[in-house]
Design a protein around this ligand. Structure first.
Ligand code: NAD
Length: 367
């Protein structure tokens, strides 16, 4: 297995391999950048096929966190950690406490949080050995579920995208929402409240039916959502939904949703530009949850969080203007903005976060 020459290693400040045989812990903590502040990113537990896959995953994800935090204007860097193992079989309080020791050794350069395969409740154990944890439940001094805040950021992002592309507000507009989970459901409530008409899909048919009743929405089968007649498409389920198969079906004017890594590849960003479909880059529009959990680090202030989440709309306006002026896809314009905020250098190679392929299978959560 290579480390320094692994794709995505570029720009990483520090990568720590953690082992504690006593409790069966094997983990990797990747700190991509602390240029803007301590590196914040979730701790994922997954039964990786091999060590190289775990390393690739943590490096891609930590780099993505640098971009997300910088785009949100936060005083934070990017990091991530992965625990190698099956969370259903080997996640024990002892293992989680040992992970807390490992995080603590970094002295606050890395701040951890819940991710795929870990839960907020797990972090009560991690927290016993380090205070460098965010995203805790309210009873442990945290701010609880970040999803409604992610949905609010996506809502502001949709308002900004529609204003830019269609020069109007949401009343009477049709929005196709894919995925009615924590983010999608909260988003539907906000959109319906603003007078938008909703077309929805979820692999869970009962959820789709519930949305029809609650939001007066129309439901379509999961695979039909790409071809529906709607002004806005809002992917809130999984990654890589803009791809060679779906893009030719799309007649939307705007794509703006909460899912991570929506573009299957950089070329799809270029194709969206050519089709004049305005794309709100995912790592910009879905940063609301990160903004919320990050605020725990400094002391939660709801007024400040609300204004930072609202600023997602203003950031998108800047990105759209830059993209329009330079003729670049919006995803590339977003990366230019990130580079500016990072003061140049120390970034990834791909305008598409380099996060797509392998990481899509493990849809990244908040941090
Ligand atoms: P979730 O698991 O609560 O909801 C996902 C929903 O999508 C589920 O209802 C599921 O049944 C549905 N779904 C799965 N495959 C589908 C398909 N093919 N078609 C239609 N529906 C499908 O997840 P969530 O927390 O709402 O997150 C949604 C997306 O947003 C994920 O990509 C996640 O990584 C991203 N995200 C979430 C947050 C957050 O705060 N929760 C923050 C940033 C990004």
């Amino acid at each position: 297995m290579t480390v320094f020459s692994t794709e995505s290693f570029a720009g990483h400040e520090q990568v720590v391999f953690v082992s504690d045989d006593r409790v069966g812990l094997r983990a990797i903590i990747a700190i991509h950048s602390t240029r803007l502040g301590p590196a914040l990113g979730g701790c994922r537990m997954y039964p990786y096929a091999d060590e190289a896959s775990a390393l690739r995953d943590v490096l891609r994800l930590s780099r993505g966190m640098t971009f997300k935090a910088a785009a949100a204007g936060l005083g934070l860097g990017g990091g991530k950690s992965v625990i190698l193992g099956d969370p259903r079989k080997s996640k024990t309080p002892e293992l989680l406490r040992a992970m807390g020791v490992a995080v603590n050794r970094l002295g606050g350069r890395y701040i951890t949080a819940e991710d795929v395969g870990t839960t907020v409740a797990d972090f009560a154990w991690v927290r016993q050995n380090t205070r460098h944890v965010v995203g805790l439940p309210e009873e442990l001094g945290g701010t609880g579920d970040p999803s409604p805040t992610t949905a609010l950021g996506v809502y502001h992002g949709i308002v900004a995208s529609v204003a830019h592309r269609l020069d109007r507000d949401l009343r009477g507009l049709t929005v196709a929402v894919q995925g009615l989970g924590n983010v999608g459901w909260n988003l539907c409530r906000l959109l319906a409240g603003a007078g938008a008409r909703l077309t929805v899909s979820d692999v869970d048919a009962a959820l789709a039916r519930k949305a029809c009743a609650e939001f007066d929405a129309q439901a379509v089968e999961p695979d039909e959502i790409y071809a529906v007649q709607a002004d806005v498409f809002s992917p809130c389920a999984m990654g890589a939904v803009v791809n060679d198969r779906t893009l030719p079906q799309m007649k939307f004017r705007v794509i703006a949703g909460g899912a991570n890594n929506q573009l299957a590849g950089d070329e799809h960003g270029r194709q969206l530009r050519d089709k004049e479909i305005l794309y709100a880059p995912d790592f910009v529009i879905n940063a609301g949850g990160l903004i919320r959990v990050a605020s725990e680090h400094e002391g939660f202030n709801s007024t400040k969080v609300d204004s930072q989440v609202k600023a997602i709309g203003a950031t998108l306006h800047r990105i759209f203007e830059l993209a329009g002026r330079t003729g670049t896809p919006t995803q590339s314009a977003a990366m230019q903005l990130v580079q500016e905020r990072l003061g140049g250098g120390n970034s990834g190679r791909s305008a598409n976060n380099g996060n797509n392929s392998a990481s899509n299978a493990l849809a990244e959560r908040v941090a």
